[in-house]
Design a protein around this ligand. Structure first.
Ligand code: BG6
Length: 485
């Protein structure tokens, strides 16, 4: 299945994701001639609109969300011509017939991008199948949320699998479309330097932080039913962890890479009722200040009482040969002081310092892979400060920087969805999540949530604009580790 589709069908085309990410990504690809000129894009959502009205809607969204230096009137006009629109109410079978008529033959390939409320998954998949929009040449890309626990995720995956085989199912985790995330694979497997140290013998601990400054952002209905662990850890953070920890795959292809990731996910030591209280911390932001101005607390934004966590910190272990004894600290939250996504790897100290008697303190090496807001890779090394050393040797930690914007100044920074939409259209599953990975992720997450319930753990309050509850600091300090802020 590596023939590019000739058609793309976009569900949820009037939604926020579509306006901010999907339409701008498709425009970016089209403007660079990366989409076949024949690729027709059929858009759908519930709102009744004509083609012309939808094109005007898309035009407004693109002018708002594509940086002005990349907006070209001719490219925009050509892109809008590709778009057509059919309103679909997923609960009405007749609407799918109208959709099928508009899409026409799927013989030369159709890729569907589906982001919908979990409650509409079943009827949408069924509607597609009944209308003949699920045949051999059709692939389906699925955006989260694909369930809220193992049981509901299985129901959705079963409903999908009844119609689309796994090799035509593309589960999206947009973190896998991020350039630095893929660069992690290049760093590990295109260099011989790191691999010998990339294990318990060379690494002391790993930290993965995805911090956000935003709050609820109006996503009241969705977020309060999810919380930080299901919104961020179950998917994005566990995928990052799997890429850091996996064994070298034999090839860079969908089967080899995903086989290795799933082994890591299945090797995660359960955090359960016995360890939830010592290995996890949950928090919920209260009112505070961000960027110099006051911001309301979670409950004020929500308008009702809630025990949903907006912050979670975990101490995880991977029970296999490579990672025995190496803690992986994970932390994510809303309304934290800065937007910062990074993987921080602290190597072991040198076994013996020859400089100790000369007054110099050594720091262990660190590798920091920064995903956001800037994309770069930084290796911290010890270096001698220039001087005659009459009062002892001075050593200092200095960064060896591979700042992406500098090293690759002529390539533009892409939206993660550009890569993922292109791979969906072209049929490459490497950067999509396989069902067994999703289930291994849910198994681990469900046990943690059960542990919270069994221990009656409730989120601890933290002030918006701080790094979460103080217990999160204690979680690492107990091991003599400081979070890298
Ligand atoms: C989404 C979550 O999956 O990822 C959001 O639902 C979160 O709550 C977002 O804000 C973060 O993505 P990014 O690419 O901005 O780090």
């Amino acid at each position: 299945m590596t023939t590019p589709s000739e058609k793309l069908l976009l569900f949820g085309a009037t939604g926020d994701l579509s306006q901010r990410m999907l339409l701008p990504s498709l425009y970016g690809l089209a403007a660079e001639d990366l989409l076949s000129p024949a690729l027709a894009i059929v858009c759908t959502a519930r709102t009744a609109m004509t083609d012309a009205e939808f094109r005007a809607f898309a035009d407004t969204a693109l002018r708002r969300f594509v940086p002005s230096e990349r907006l070209d009137d001719d490219a925009l006009a050509a892109f809008l011509k590709r778009l057509s629109y059919v309103p679909v109410d997923a609960s009405k079978e007749g609407d799918f017939a109208a959709l099928a008529e508009r899409v026409g033959s799927t013989e030369r390939g159709l890729s569907i991008f589906l982001s919908t409320a979990p409650s509409l998954f079943g009827s949408t998949i069924e509607g597609l199948a009944k209308a003949g929009l699920a045949g051999d040449g059709v692939r389906i890309g699925l955006e989260k949320p694909l369930g809220y626990d193992m049981a509901s995720s299985r129901l959705i995956n079963d409903a999908v699998a009844a119609v689309f085989p796994e090799d035509r199912t593309f589960r999206i985790d947009h973190y896998l479309g991020k350039e630095t995330v893929q660069n992690l694979l290049a760093l590990r497997f295109a260099n011989s330097l790191f691999e010998p140290l990339w294990r318990a013998g060379g690494i002391e601990h790993v930290q993965i932080t995805v911090s956000e400054t935003v709050g609820l952002e109006g996503r009241v209905g969705f977020y309060d039913g999810a919380g930080a662990i299901r919104d961020m850890v179950q998917n994005h953070m566990l995928q990052l962890l799997a890429l850091v920890a996996m064994e070298p795959p034999a090839q860079f292809d969908a089967t080899s890479v995903r086989d290795e990731k799933v082994k890591v996910l299945r090797s995660l030591r359960p955090i359960d009722r016995a360890t939830a209280a010592t290995h996890s911390v949950i928090g919920q932001y209260g009112p505070g200040a961000m960027a110099g101005g006051p911001v309301p607390g979670y409950l004020d934004e929500l308008g009702k009482p809630s025990d949903t966590e907006t912050f979670v910190a975990l101490k995880a272990h991977i029970d296999n040969w490579r990672w025995r004894g190496v803690p992986f600290y994970l932390r994510t939250g809303k309304r934290l002081p800065s937007r910062q996504s990074e993987i921080f790897i602290r190597f072991k100290s040198v076994p013996h310092s020859i400089f100790e008697g000369r007054g110099a303190m050594l720091q262990p090496n660190k590798l920091i892979i920064r995903l956001q807001p800037d994309e770069n890779v930084r290796l911290m090394l010890m270096s001698k400060e220039p001087g005659l050393d009459r009062d002892g040797i001075r050593l200092r930690e200095v960064p060896l920087d591979i700042s992406m914007p500098n090293a690759f100044a002529d390539s533009r920074r892409r939206i993660a969805y550009e890569r993922l939409l292109l791979d969906l259209i072209e049929g490459d599953q490497t950067l999509f999540v396989r069902r067994d990975e999703v289930e291994a992720q849910w198994e681990w997450i469900d046990a943690i949530r059960e542990g919270w319930a069994a221990n009656s753990m409730k989120p601890k309050p933290y002030t918006a604009g701080t790094w979460g509850p103080s217990a999160a600091i204690a979680l690492t300090e107990r091991d003599g580790v400081t979070w890298h802020d």
